[in-house]
Ligand binder design. Structure first.
Ligand SMILES: Cc1cc2nc3c(=O)[nH]c(=O)nc-3n(C[C@H](O)[C@H](O)[C@H](O)COP(=O)(O)OP(=O)(O)OC[C@H]3O[C@@H](n4cnc5c(N)ncnc54)[C@H](O)[C@@H]3O)c2cc1C
Length: 292
């Protein structure tokens, strides 16, 4: 059943200060609306329980990508189109630019925001493994001021997160230390475009000669939250990049993930594919090391 617009209230405050004041004025009553690509799907299906929406779309304080000497600071209201077209993001954070390019289709990329993807908190969301791998920090804002939270601490459980009801994500900070890293990303879905992932991987590694000096690996859709593979990273770091490592890395994966059966896939398939993706990353890394 479709929703009736008369049941909803939409405020468009126009400034960040007015938006956070409204959120604080009636705790839990107002829900931020950014690009609307998640919320409007619920609305169209008659399932949007939030009746008071405060638009944060186009708030200048949430827009833009600020390139600083040691980090980039991405406004939470940046769209996928802005991310994928940004020169520094594309060059230094290819996992994020790549995820932006395979999220939905063009209309969705022009409207959907990085902040919305984080707060919607789907374990299948495409940009989230990249944020884990890049050690993102979130800048959260409310009438009490700003606070910072490592992105790795944001998701508490399935669709549960650490944001207070009157807080917004203002920006996402990424350290500029990944130049020269090897990057690897795959999204496994039912078809090429417009698919929600069955399993996804984002990973980076840095080689010192043929030794793995640094490595970060994250998977999507294999647990209630996007997951960093700490045990696999520990196994790999300090080791010579050679093909035998791929099999060893694959064997660590099953112990760290908690895949489920759902309409898109089975737990058994997800576990097998997750192992293959991690082995594929290590194989590609070793092939690169061998060809230098
Ligand atoms: C056709 C279609 C295809 C899609 N394909 C993909 C896909 O391939 N991969 C993928 O990952 N997702 C996909 N999505 C989901 C969606 O586009 C993304 O999750 C998007 O990033 C949501 O951003 P938004 O700005 O539209 O969020 P909204 O719908 O506006 O909001 C989503 C949630 O985030 C909250 N929120 C938004 N911004 C903030 C903020 N700054 N601070 C605090 N709370 C905030 C809102 O209150 C709401 O709870 C698809 C959606 C559609 C409709």
């Amino acid at each position: 059943m479709r929703s009736d617009p008369r049941d909803y209230q939409l405020a468009m405050p126009g400034t960040l200060e007015a938006a956070i004041s409204l959120l604080a004025s009636e705790p839990q009553a107002w829900t931020p609306l950014a690009g609307g690509t998640d919320l409007m799907v619920l609305y169209a299906a008659g399932k949007l329980s939030a009746r008071k929406l405060v638009s944060i779309w186009n708030l200048p304080e949430l827009r833009g990508i600020d390139v600083r000497p040691d980090e980039i600071r991405i406004g939470a209201g940046c769209t996928y189109s802005e991310l994928r077209r940004h020169e520094t993001v594309a060059r230094e954070f290819p996992l994020l630019a790549g995820a932006a390019a395979w999220t939905g289709a063009i209309a969705n990329q022009n409207r959907g925001t990085l902040g919305g993807n984080i707060v919607n908190a789907s374990p299948a969301a495409d940009s989230l493994p990249a944020l884990l791998v890049y050690d993102a920090k979130l800048v959260l804002v409310s009438v009490r001021g700003e606070r910072e939270l490592p992105y790795a601490q944001f998701h508490l459980d399935y669709k549960l997160h650490a944001l207070a009801p009157d807080e917004l994500i203002r920006a996402i900070r990424l350290p500029r230390k990944y130049a020269g890293y090897f990057s690897f990303a795959r999204k496994v879905g039912a078809w090429q475009a417009q698919a929600i992932s069955k399993v996804s991987i984002a990973a980076v590694a840095k080689l010192d000669g043929d030794v793995i000096a640094d490595v970060s690996i994250a998977l999507g859709s294999v647990a209630p939250v996007p997951l960093r593979l700490g045990e696999t990273e520990e196994l790999l770091v300090g080791k010579k990049a050679e093909p035998a490592l791929a099999g060893l890395a694959r064997r660590t994966v099953a112990r760290q993930i908690r895949p489920i059966d759902d309409i898109r896939s089975t737990a058994q398939y997800r576990a097998a594919v997750a192992g293959n993706l991690v082995a594929g990353f290590v194989d590609s890394l070793c092939a690169g090391a061998g060809s230098r």
